[in-house]
Design a protein around this ligand. Structure first.
Ligand SMILES: C[S@@+](CC[C@H](N)C(=O)[O-])C[C@H]1O[C@@H](n2cnc3c(N)ncnc32)[C@H](O)[C@@H]1O
Length: 280
């Protein structure tokens, strides 16, 4: 069989269904070329004749599901992505939060952490803040559904476009918080002490990841349909402390999908307490 021959609509639909089942990501015919391209290499590596056989492997081999998730997720990210948000965090959020919560450690969740740039950016911001406010304490948790990308996140070694962006836009931070590790640029110990990465599917209840003051849920809702966005946001809300702040990505908005969050500024929301909602 030729792997490049047309794939039957039923097989395509079954593959979209597998994507949804394992990640919650909604795909349709418009995404077929992309999905096909991503799976093609894997199918060839497994020496399978075609996509239908791959469906069978997925059904019977739990280890393959892990690779499948790595393949179907889109992991694009960068240090200090969307500068306006980082300006808000540095100039408004952190000073206000620290003044209102003396002695309380700030807990931050990078909820679709990808290769970690967002979590490390937050750690740099917090370290800079701590240099001016020595009593400030914080901890950051980065989670993602893809084991492959989480390994890169906790490895903390960067090159290519990711590193170029940091080098160009924040050379002083690069100098201060990264080190040379056998030719690679790696996150240094000061940041590593504050950040932990772990696997979490946003569709699962956030039972044991803790309660957060600030959640970065950026550039992931776009992959879910409206029902998916609603369940993910309800889960995320459960993991937020009262008055917690939620930040979404540039092309995301909660206006149609989420109760329980009040709009603060574009991309920035605050958790509303249910009692308050009922009164309103
Ligand atoms: C485009 S990246 C966003 C990275 C970062 N938040 C940013 O804005 O730069 C989207 C990430 O969401 C993750 N993801 C997709 N579905 C997920 C799910 N159901 N649960 C947790 N993470 C998921 C992907 O693995 C991917 O790393």
């Amino acid at each position: 069989m030729d792997i490049d021959q047309d794939v039957e609509p039923a097989v395509r639909r079954a593959l979209f269904e597998q994507v949804r089942r394992h990640t919650g990501i909604a795909m349709n015919e418009r995404k077929w070329t992309m999905l096909k391209g991503r799976l093609r290499r894997r199918i060839m590596a497994l020496e399978l004749p075609d996509y239908r056989d791959y469906l069978q492997v997925l059904d019977t081999n739990a280890d393959e599901v892990r690779d499948f998730i790595d393949l179907v997720t889109t992991n694009e990210t960068s240090f200090f992505r969307t500068p306006r948000i980082w300006e808000y965090l540095a100039n408004e959020y952190l000073p206000r939060w620290a003044a209102a919560h003396p002695g309380v450690p700030l807990r931050v969740w990078s909820a679709a952490a990808s290769s970690g740039e967002e979590a490390w950016s937050m750690a740099m911001l917090c370290e800079e803040f701590r240099a001016r406010h020595p009593a400030f304490r914080y901890a950051i948790v980065g989670t993602d559904i893809s084991d492959g990308i989480l390994a890169s996140a906790s490895g903390g070694r960067y090159n290519g476009r990711s590193m170029e962006g940091l080098r160009q836009n924040h050379p002083a931070l690069l100098q201060k918080y990264f080190r040379n590790e056998g030719g690679a640029i790696a996150v240094g110990d000061a940041l590593r002490a504050q950040v932990a990465f772990r696997r979490h599917n946003l569709y699962d209840l956030p039972r044991d990841i803790g309660a957060f003051d600030l959640v970065l849920l950026r550039n992931v809702l776009i992959y879910f349909d409206v029902d998916g966005q609603r369940s993910v946001l309800a889960n995320v809300r459960r993991a937020m402390r009262p008055e917690g702040v939620l930040i979404v990505g540039e092309s995301e908005s909660l206006s149609r999908v989420a109760g329980g969050f009040a709009f603060e500024q574009p991309l920035i929301y605050r958790k509303e307490e249910r009692d308050h909602e009922q009164l309103a």
